[in-house]
Design a protein around this ligand. Structure first.
Ligand SMILES: NC(=O)c1ccc[n+]([C@@H]2O[C@H](COP(=O)([O-])OP(=O)(O)OC[C@H]3O[C@@H](n4cnc5c(N)ncnc54)[C@H](OP(=O)(O)O)[C@@H]3O)[C@@H](O)[C@H]2O)c1
Length: 329
């Protein structure tokens, strides 16, 4: 018998998630039936979406939602042999039984030397978010100026590097000097620490006095208020996330944006990456190629131990990560 551990959400988060909101539970898994397989999580992902989606998708006591790279340890399904690695959406669990539905193989051509955890990061959902959200909504052209916030994170770091591949000037903001140094290292033209600049308006103006053609928005709130004012005419804004507002039960009132949108003739569009799920194979193949060519560099912030998963999640929300926040079991 296999004993599976899982993390449940004891009660809905009120503001920032706290240690007491989580509970570790254990349960014995039954023997496999024909067509089933047993998987063991090797890497688990902690992502910002878990904070807002816990409210929309979960009830108190449910296992936390999430994805993992998992290895097949026992199989009664010939399509999924023992030893195979798959990306699954099985939540915060060490082990789980599957009938194979919804399991995704790693993109073809994945070399043994590449960490499989990248299937949760630069070559996984966050990378695809950057790829489709930037290219399909911002349509960046050579010499465009692209602004991205949360720039040192899983999505933002890939957005900036794809924009460089497309010949743009890239400006990024992040919450520490180490993150700013990292952005310079991976090729951002300009980067600043939004927590220490005396004025966001000035920092944005200094980084690009001529304004911005594209804005990949991960943060919302005050940052967005400042950035919108500095868009060029006909600018394109891809609204990917609003992490500064995820802990607010009621969104704080902000300035009204219609005049900026109107007089600068801006286009602003929100998206959820699953919109392009029928093109994930294409995106995954391209991202894998760029990573292997060294055109998209990656960094992972690894928290060791399944028992530390809530700490890894809360740490990511507080900005402890450079690159993708991963839990290694
Ligand atoms: N639309 C979609 O389909 C989709 C898919 C994936 C992700 N997303 C969104 O993309 C954004 C980035 O996600 P990710 O997975 O790449 O996470 P991430 O950037 O790797 O990690 C989250 C980062 O958010 C920053 N942060 C936290 N609180 C903040 C605040 N109040 N103001 C500004 N920054 C704050 C922190 O960096 P600093 O140190 O820089 O503050 C932290 O490291 C999130 O908004 C997420 O919801 C959307």
């Amino acid at each position: 018998m296999v004993v599976a551990k899982s993390w449940t959400m004891v009660k809905h988060f009120d503001g920032a998630p706290k240690p007491e909101d989580f509970k570790l539970v254990e349960n014995e898994l039954p023997a496999l039936k024909d067509g089933e397989l047993l998987l063991e999580s090797v890497f688990l992902s902690v992502d910002p979406y878990m904070r807002p989606y816990s409210r929309r998708m979960m009830k108190e006591g449910d296992v936390m939602i999430g994805s993992q790279v998992a290895r097949v340890t026992e199989s009664k399904n010939r399509e999924f042999p023992v030893g195979g690695y798959y990306v699954a959406q099985a939540g915060w669990r060490t082990h789980f039984i599957s009938d194979g539905k919804g399991l995704q193989a790693l993109p073809s051509g994945w070399p043994e030397s590449l960490p499989k955890s990248l299937a949760l990061g630069a070559v996984g959902m966050p990378g695809l978010t950057a790829y489709f959200g930037l290219l399909e909504i911002c349509s960046p052209k050579e010499r465009d100026v692209v602004l991205v916030n949360c720039a040192a994170g899983a999505v933002g770091s890939v957005v900036g590097q794809i924009a460089k591949i497309k010949g743009c000037k890239v400006v990024g903001s992040a919450g520490s000097d180490d993150k700013v140094a990292y952005l310079k290292e991976i090729g951002f033209d300009e980067a600043f620490n939004y927590k220490t600049v005396s004025s966001l308006d000035e920092a944005l103006k200094k980084a690009s006095p001529e304004g911005y053609d594209c804005y990949f928005e991960n943060v919302g709130g005050k940052f967005a208020d400042a950035a919108l004012q500095q868009m060029k005419d006909f600018g394109r804004i891809s609204v990917c996330g609003a992490i500064s507002m995820y802990n607010d039960a009621v969104p704080p009132p902000g300035p009204y944006i219609q005049p900026y949108i109107l007089f600068k003739q801006l286009r602003m569009e929100g998206f959820i990456v699953s919109r392009w799920k029928n093109r994930f194979e294409e995106g995954g193949k391209q991202l894998l190629q760029w990573v292997l060519e060294g055109k998209v560099k990656y960094h992972e912030h690894v928290t060791n131990g399944f028992e530390n998963m809530p700490a890894g999640f809360m740490g990511m929300l507080k900005g402890e990560n450079i690159g993708k926040a991963i839990i290694k079991v």
